[in-house]
Design a protein around this ligand. Structure first.
Ligand code: ATP
Ligand code: MG
Length: 357
């Protein structure tokens, strides 16, 4: 339950540990409800440029948002709440003030990420970096050191680089060391994702089609000295450009749909099914690596998909063990979702919430 959160009424809700379907016409509060769940676990919104001023209800009588949830895992039950007051948020576990993060991670699947994932390589890299960081703390750490070194290098390259050649060399050595760790982990994780993505794509798109994932990098199989040499040989070029243009931060990932590049040749529906397969493959890998499933939020994915794919998606979700929240404003997809036995159905109209278990 939450109070003063956007347009949603303050109301306690019983949620299912498996499938929760959220229905309502455009602009009624479906995504807002997902945003509360995200906020609880990740301590922030998933919407860009969103701060306290945006999430505080326009009708709030005081500048304070409350979120409260009763959480349950196999072993215990506990209460978690947040009091958000502008820049300051107080978190409570079982009534006691605490700074720790709630056990549990979110995977949020939505149309905006889908479009940018397909069209913008840097967004695609961010998607993988963010996903892999959740699976491996060392990956996250190496990535942050790597990004810091690139930032320093760019600063030097943008300011009389010839004067700083030795410093750039030292940074290239650091970048090569971290880069080697990062590319090795990426290759390993992409390899682990492969069987999941191929299997899930057949299940939700069509048995007779194949989706493969591949990493595209100049640094595969190189040791750190070879990476360092490649970076050093690029010094003059980078001096002219004024920033670093070589390194694992320029790597890319490819999805091959029946052997062709999905980003360049596939239809929107095929691209969407590919992106969904990747997300579901990641969820399986997450479980495999961390021994528990994340909570899955799926916002408005029905666009571009035909009836057969909705049906496949619904039966795929029915067979999984994770907790999922799925929204739609589409009447036909809603019909499919309502068929799910035991699903928790949540209807939102103008911020007012009604549930049917
Ligand atoms: N701070 C706020 N206070 C009150 N209402 C807000 C606030 N921020 C957004 N809203 C309202 O919330 C509604 C948007 O909710 P939301 O994005 O959850 O809709 P939705 O049901 O997901 O719609 P769609 O199907 O179009 O995605 C809009 O009517 C918007 O005006
Ligand atoms: Mg929405």
């Amino acid at each position: 339950m939450a109070s003063n959160f956007r347009n949603l009424e303050a109301r306690a809700l019983d949620l299912s540990s498996s499938i929760n379907c959220i229905f309502g016409d455009n602009g009624n509060g479906k995504t807002n409800l997902l945003e509360i769940i995200h906020y609880l676990f990740e301590k922030k919104s998933f919407r860009k440029n969103t701060g306290f001023a945006q999430i505080l209800s326009m009708d709030a009588e005081a500048p304070e948002i409350g979120i409260m949830a009763l959480l349950e895992d196999d072993l215990s039950q506990y209460q978690c709440s947040a009091k958000i007051m502008g820049k300051e948020t107080n978190w409570f576990f079982n009534g006691e003030k605490s700074k720790k993060k709630i056990n549990g991670q979110i995977v949020f699947i939505n149309p905006y990420d889908f479009y940018s994932f397909n069209n913008v390589p840097s967004e695609r890299r961010d998607w993988f970096d963010n996903a892999f960081s959740k699976l491996d703390v060392l990956y996250k750490k190496n990535l942050s050191y790597y990004q810091k070194a690139i930032k320093q290098k760019n600063f030097l390259l943008g300011n009389k680089p010839n004067r700083f050649q030795e410093q750039v060399k030292a940074l290239n050595s650091e970048i090569a060391n971290y880069g080697k760790e990062i590319i090795e982990k990426r290759i390993e994780l992409v390899k682990s994702l492969s069987p999941f993505i191929s299997k899930i794509f057949k299940e939700i798109y069509a048995e007779e089609h194949e989706l493969l994932i591949e990493i595209e990098s100049d640094f595969q199989g190189l040791d750190k000295h070879e990476i360092f040499e490649l970076l050093e040989n690029n010094f003059e070029k980078e001096c002219i450009i004024g920033k670093s243009n070589k390194g694992i931060h320029r790597d890319d990932y490819l999805l091959h749909f029946d052997g062709i590049n999905s980003f360049e040749f596939c239809s929107l529906g095929q691209q969407k099914m590919s992106f969904l397969s990747l997300n579901f493959a990641y969820i399986e890998l997450f479980r495999y690596k961390l021994s528990s499933y994340p909570i899955v939020l799926i916002d408005d994915v029905s666009g571009e998909l035909d009836r057969r794919r909705w049906k496949n998606l619904v039966s795929f979700l029915e067979q999984r063990d994770f907790q999922v929240f799925i929204t739609t404003a589409n009447e036909n997809f809603k019909k499919e979702l309502k068929e799910i036995v035991g699903a928790n159905l949540i209807y939102i109209e103008n911020g007012m919430i009604k549930t049917i278990q």
